[in-house]
Design a protein around this ligand. Structure first.
Ligand code: HEM
Length: 329
């Protein structure tokens, strides 16, 4: 009899504890937990998102206009060495490059500045994001997670998309497989504030536009593509001919929302070309080296400052959780 009375108490205590734990866990850590679950992880030593990747290196050459936008060192120096990591979405380290879940693609760029300083740009192949806050992003990811085994109709993710237009727009945006990483445009999505030596500021979002142009496979070609065609292709390509992108800044106009990555600005906004990214070498020990690096979009030099975009501000926390776990593995 006693046991039956204690059982509900034990269940209710356990429930209270798990609710308390969920509430105590920072949203950034919950995001990493759900990303890990979605990828069938943890996958020892790999990133919780953008797990599959490859490193290449090269040089950034600014335009004369760059230093009129920002006093950042790499916009003033003649050239700056760069390290680039291309990646596929998800925490699945072996995902085929043309798999529908491997989008958006990622590009992370590390600029080596004087005095051992660095700054990073971490961008994706879609112009926009599915959520304006980390809490909403967690809501989307949890809805995807809960839809796997759910018999509820409409499913949790269908319900989420029906009430979150930005997420619905993001998931329905076509994400075709590029011919090569050299033919894929990338977008900064989060805005930053750029200040020049005279103290004049503008808000802008990066665009990384391939000099080779944007070119994609047909669905039939994508279906036949080798699992590592992008990763292996880019390593071969940089060894034969540099891969180049123009680094462009799309400027906000008065009234544009600079704190919401779901609020895509119109293509008619003014742009400034900041320079050329030229990638000309593979990194010999890419697989081991990428494990020791954490790119951080808030690692910023003088002349570039974050906005109050909650997604941007949440990123370093989530990346640090993922980094800590993959180093510990
Ligand atoms: C709250 C929103 C976001 C969360 C929770 C998140 C989560 C993550 C995590 C956990 C990693 C692995 C980090 C590591 O282990 O080093 C990662 C990597 C990455 N994320 Fe995000 N992310 C978010 C937003 C974004 C946005 C807005 C972009 C681009 C505009 C982006 C682009 C990337 C890229 C390119 C990588 C790979 C970086 C690399 O090559 O090391 N993420 N993300």
């Amino acid at each position: 009899m006693k046991c039956f009375k204690l059982l509900p108490l034990a269940v209710s205590l356990a429930l209270t504890t798990s609710i308390a734990n969920a509430a105590d866990t920072p949203v950034t850590e919950q995001l990493v937990d759900t990303l890990t679950t979605l990828s069938g992880g943890p996958h020892k030593g790999y990133r919780a998102n953008h797990a599959k990747g490859v490193l290449v290196s090269g040089v950034f050459t600014p335009t004369p206009q760059a230093s009129s936008i920002s006093s950042a060192p790499h916009f003033k120096l003649a050239t700056t060495p760069i390290l680039v990591r291309y990646s596929d979405a998800t925490g699945v380290p072996t995902i085929p490059d043309a798999n529908g879940n491997a989008f958006p693609k990622g590009i992370a760029i590390r600029f080596s500045l004087p005095n051992d300083a660095v700054t990073d740009i971490v961008s994706i192949s879609v112009n926009g994001f599915p959520a304006a806050t980390p809490e909403d992003f967690l809501g989307l990811l949890n809805a995807v997670r809960d839809s796997g085994a759910s018999k509820v109709q409409p499913s949790p993710v269908e319900q989420f998309l029906a009430t979150h237009p930005a997420a619905a727009k993001f998931v329905s945006t076509p994400k075709p497989a590029p011919v090569s990483f050299a033919t894929q445009p990338f977008y900064g999505v989060n805005a930053f504030k750029f200040t020049n030596t005279q103290g004049n500021s503008v808000f802008g979002r990066y665009q990384i536009l391939p000099v080779d142009g944007a070119h994609y496979l047909t669905q039939a070609e994508a279906d036949k593509a080798a699992p590592d065609y992008l990763m292996q292709g880019i390593v071969k390509r940089v060894a034969t001919k540099p891969v180049q992108y123009t680094l462009v800044l799309q400027l906000a106009e008065a009234g544009d929302n600079v704190n919401d990555p779901t609020a895509v600005w119109p293509d008619t906004r003014k742009t400034v070309t900041l320079g050329v990214l030229s990638l000309n070498a593979a990194v010999a020990d890419s697989a081991s080296k990428e494990k020791t690096i954490m790119f951080n979009p808030l690692q910023l030099p003088t002349g570039i400052a974050p906005t109050q975009d909650p997604i941007l501000l949440a990123r370093p926390g989530a990346y640090a959780v993922s980094y800590g776990r993959r180093l510990a593995n």
